[in-house]
Design a protein around this ligand. Sequence first.
Ligand code: GTB
Length: 217
Amino acid sequence: MTPTITAFERSPDRGRGQARDMRVRWALEEVGQAYDVRPVSFSAMKQPAHRALQPFGQIPTYEEGDLALFDSGAIVFHIAERNAGLLPDDANARARAITWMFAAVSTLEPPIVDRETAILLERDEAWHKQRLPMVEDRIRGRLGELSDRLGDADWLDGGFSAGDLLMVMVLRRLNRSALLDEYPNLSAYVARGEARPAFKRAFDAQLAVFATASDGG
Ligand code: GTB
């Protein structure tokens, strides 16, 4: 059964692949699973019909037959569990790859999101200029630790896995800052992820939605 995911009708990131449907698209492309996309507007996202799928009124969602899922990490996990290619067969290696999935969204992503919140929503606060460097130092702490662990390896634990997919997506959120450049092995790691054919297909697909919406089409 072809799954259907939801994505922004018109992404505020202008197609830079920062919205979280990109993670799901990339996972689907990695495992060779075709999918349909239902674009949703900001107002439709807050309607009961969408909240029945995503209680917080957000994208992405995932529907497959009578299964409906939300939260990009859980969706990527589901795709990785049901298809070959994103999790190793060996039970211990699989558990470690899943550990990296959680580390991406629960250890690395929160300080990165905090920085975005500071820049987008706290810019006019009197304390913004004092707070931002502290937030960025917390990110540096995590990046330094991740950089030490990655070393000169291509991926976090053996071959490419769903753990790398989520970690690359989380680190990409720093693309427009200079923070990632301070860790050349992490910049190279992100570039390696972005060079994967499945990433490129997913990126082009989400960009096409933005371009179509911008054309008024
Ligand atoms: N934990 C959930 C998940 O991982 O699926 C979080 C989902 C989420 O944050 N969705 C966002 C959303 O629907 C879009 S991805 N927001 C609308 C709302 O809450 O009303 C976050 C996002 C949005 C925009 C950019 N950007 O413009 O660069 C980047 C990331």
